[in-house]
Write a protein that binds this ligand. Structure first.
Ligand code: SF4
Ligand code: SF4
Ligand code: FES
Length: 239
């Protein structure tokens, strides 16, 4: 089977002797040990937990440790991340978006219920693989967009009953304020992040929930504010 790997913007093909489908990560290790020891890629747990091995396979985000590779697959590094070497990318800028959504630490006066906890139980499965970030088309035109996993994190910070949020610093208002610019209103709700997530997390829905909470807090979509629909002409006799 043959794999083509994009290395420093140049495709390079490797032929492997595999007779049955193995994970892409195993294939990358085989290439590194038998064909080219300089091949560089991210990996850690080898079991879908650490998020280090996310890459593009034929243009779609995959965890290399979970994907069974096919003949002639094209392997590339994640989008919107500086490439350190081959398939290994620098995730610093992407992960810094989490700091920008302003964390709401738990406090002793917070009263979470089982219902509160269940609202963001799935989101706690995020492994920061950056697949959703790589899949998001907004980042192609706005590199400062907070991106899907940071906004999902923001929803984790503020989701819950009013009683719970009363026990939080300023009731969650700092988080809501932090996601107005380059945040929830820049999202096109395309759903690509949701499709890309290997953990079954749904950032698109979290963003819609954040829009609802922002509306309750008095914010509105700035895109509507600048749209001019014109003055209707009802005719000269209309007063
Ligand atoms: S739904 Fe929003 S955050 Fe998700 S990929 Fe589309 S534009 Fe990006
Ligand atoms: S939300 Fe999903 S795709 Fe995005 S970083 Fe977390 S685990 Fe990866
Ligand atoms: S190596 Fe940890 S998720 Fe793939």
């Amino acid at each position: 089977m043959t794999l083509t790997i994009q290395r420093d913007q140049t495709p390079e093909s490797f032929t492997l002797q595999a007779t049955k489908a193995v994970t892409l990560l195993s294939a990358l290790y085989e290439i590194k040990s038998k064909l080219d020891p300089t091949l560089t890629f991210g990996a850690g747990c080898c079991s879908g937990v650490c998020g280090s091995c996310a890459i593009l396979v034929n243009g779609k985000e995959q965890l290399a440790c979970g994907y069974k590779y096919q003949d002639n697959d094209l392997i590339e590094p994640l989008r919107y991340h500086p490439v350190l070497r081959d398939l290994k990318v620098d995730k610093t800028k992407a992960h810094d978006t989490i700091k920008k959504v302003v964390g709401q630490p738990h406090t002793s006066t917070e009263i979470p219920t089982l219902s509160d906890e269940s609202k963001t139980k799935k989101q706690t499965d995020c492994i920061l693989c950056d697949s959703c970030y790589s899949a998001c088309p907004v980042l192609a035109v706005n590199p400062d967009f907070l991106g899907p996993f940071a906004l999902t994190r923001a929803w984790r910070y503020i989701a819950g009953s009013p009683q719970r949020n009363q026990g939080r610093p300023q009731g969650g208002a700092p988080t809501i304020a932090a996601i107005q610019h380059n945040g929830i209103w820049d999202c096109t709700l395309c759903g690509e992040c949701t499709v890309a997530c290997p953990q079954g997390i749904d950032p698109k829905t979290d963003i819609m929930m954040l829009r609802g909470e922002s509306g309750k807090a008095g914010y509105s979509d700035p895109n509507f504010a600048v749209q001019d629909f014109g003055t209707p002409n009802f005719g000269s006799g209309f007063v």
